[in-house]
Structures are given as structure tokens and as C-alpha cells.
Design a protein around this ligand. Structure first.
Ligand code: SAM
Length: 283
């Protein structure tokens, strides 16, 4: 029996194309089309938008994105075994699905997309964090995308939305929250996937802010944050020694106690410190 979009149910697609999940490709498929439609809706209004999807696999989320009205979906999939299943979806939605068989870490997607652009993906866990960091750290802001709607392991999702003082607070939270608004919109149990992973997953929605929340040089901010959290148990006057020989004075100028630890310093304070470090270096 056909599914709601007129295409075969995903279990049938997987059987027909013998898509036995490969662990090394992070393959945990979503087979419930109601769920993939819900994730697509979490990306907001897709009409008139191009959507980049990384790792479409058998195409459950791809179908959700197209059914929700995306103008075009660009799907980048590393596993060539998925291509015939994706070709069936492309034929069902003429001119709206472009599939690239390649590694999302290497493909230059910009040439294939027209703004406004949203990114939505049930990411392969092994490359998810790296892709997120890349999307959050272009030199210029705003980036090429308007929003990211991404599935992560729940623990990674918690690191993205964490606030100071929580055990998940660190570099990822600061990177994400400096230039975007980030929230967890859905938590999924392991059984939602085939095969079931060991841990819970969560969908995070990030909306790019028109400008960073507080001014700071991206490189210096990133350097200060990385140094602070590389040795998160140490006091900042020790962990940030390599940033500047006068770090104690600079911390005080930023209103941060030199005995403080990175996990208790807010985004605003880190940005203030980055500006002070930049000014001190320019002297
Ligand atoms: N989106 C599908 C779903 O929700 O059922 C599949 C999700 S599965 C967690 C991750 C997908 O990413 C797999 O199809 C896998 O082959 C693909 N993948 C893994 N590494 C990749 C990479 N570097 N570039 C592109 N796709 C990749």
C-alpha cells in the first residue's frame, strides 16, 4: 500500500533496495513518515525555500521536506546504495530534488542553492558536530543559511543550548548562541530509529541572527573560548595564560574575576574579554 505521499512505505523501499544499515556511515534510519513530516515542520515554513539535506539515506526526511512545500531539496548522500530510492522520490517531485552522491564535508553546496536557504538533516553522528561548527563559523555573517534543523545525540543537543554553570556548557554553546538562537524542539527515544541507537536523540533548531549578539572578533573569541574550556577546571588566569601575558589585568578590565572558571563565564563576558584582548594586542 502506498504511503500518504503516494510513494511506497519506507520499510518496502529499504527491502527493495537492500539498504542494510551500515554502522560506519552512522546509518540510523527514520521510517515513520509522520515523524519525518513533524521534523520537516520544525524547520518552519519551507515554501519558497531551498533546503539542504545532508545524509538523506532512504529519503524519509527528504519526503517530509518536499511534502511540506520546499521549493527544492539538495540532498548530499555518501552511500551510493541510496541513490535508486532517492531517484524514485525525484521522479515523484519533478525538478524539486537534486541528489549529489558525495561527502558533505567536501561538496561545495553553495553553487547548487538559491536563497532563502534552510538546512535540515538527521545527521550522521560521526560528522554532525563538525558540520555544525563549519556552518556556525563562516568568516562573514549572516551565513548562507537562515536556519538549521538538525538531529543530534541528545547529549550533543544539550551542549548546543547549554547555559553558564551547567555541565554541558562549553565551546559549542558559545559558538551556537553568539550568532544564532538555538533551542531543542523534539526529543526522540532510540526506538524511533532503525536500527535503534544506544542513546536518545534530539532535534535542535538554530535560527541565524542578523548580526552576532555582542560584537567580538570571531577568531579571538574562538581562541579565548577554546583556551578557557581546554582546561575547564582551571582558573581563567591560568587557562588563558597563553592568550596574553597580561591576562589577569585584562580579565579584571572585562569585569571577570581572574579566579573564575570558564564554565561560569557568560557569552557577553567572553565577548567583552575578546574585545579587550584585541585592543591590548593592537597597542
Ligand atoms: N536522513 C535519513 C533518515 O532520517 O532516515 C538517514 C539518516 S542516517 C542517521 C545518516 C545518513 O548520512 C546515512 O544515509 C549516511 O549514509 C549518510 N552519511 C554518512 N556520512 C556522510 C557524509 N560524510 N556525507 C554525506 N552523507 C553521509
Amino acid at each position: 500500500m502506498a504511503a500518504i505521499d503516494g510513494l511506497p512505505p519506507l520499510r518496502e523501499v529499504i527491502r527493495e533496495h537492500e539498504l542494510v544499515a551500515k554502522k560506519q556511515l552512522g546509518q540510523n534510519f527514520l521510517l515513520d513518515l509522520n515523524l519525518t513530516a513533524k521534523i520537516a515542520r520544525a524547520a518552519g515554513d519551507l515554501t519558497g525555500c531551498d533546503v539542504l539535506e545532508v545524509g538523506p539515506g532512504p529519503g524519509g526526511l527528504t519526503r517530509g521536506l518536499l511534502a511540506e512545500g520546499a521549493r527544492k531539496v539538495l540532498a548530499v548522500e555518501k552511500d551510493a546504495r541510496c541513490l535508486p530510492a532517492l531517484a524514485e522520490i525525484a521522479a515523484h517531485y519533478p525538478g524539486r530534488l537534486e541528489v549529489i552522491n558525495g561527502d558533505a564535508l567536501e561538496v561545495d553546496v553553495a553553487a547548487h542553492l538559491t536563497p532563502p536557504i534552510k538546512i535540515a538533516a538527521n545527521l550522521p553522528y560521526n560528522v554532525g558536530t563538525e558540520l555544525l561548527v563549519r556552518w556556525l563559523t563562516p568568516r562573514d555573517w549572516p551565513p548562507f543559511w537562515e536556519s538549521l534543523t538538525l538531529m543530534f545525540q541528545k547529549e550533543v543537543a544539550e551542549r548546543i543550548v547549554a547555559k553558564p554553570g551547567s555541565k554541558h556548557y562549553g565551546r559549542l554553546a558559545l559558538l551556537a548562541q553568539w550568532r544564532a538562537e538555538a533551542r531543542i524542539v523534539m526529543v526522540l527515544p532510540p526506538e524511533a530509529f532503525t536500527p535503534a541507537p544506544k542513546v536518545h536523540s534530539a532535534v535542535v533548531h538554530l535560527r541565524a541572527l542578523p548580526a552576532p549578539r555582542y560584537p567580538a572578533d570571531a577568531k579571538i573569541l574562538s581562541e579565548v573560548v577554546a583556551a578557557g574550556f581546554n582546561q575547564r577546571r582551571k582558573m581563567l588566569r591560568a587557562s588563558l595564560k597563553g592568550v596574553s601575558p597580561q591576562i589577569e589585568a585584562l580579565l579584571e578590565e572585562a569585569g571577570i574575576a581572574p579566579t573564575e572558571r570558564a564554565e561560569r563565564v557568560s557569552l557577553e563576558q567572553f565577548c567583552t574579554l575578546a574585545r579587550i584582548v584585541e585592543a591590548a594586542r593592537a597597542k
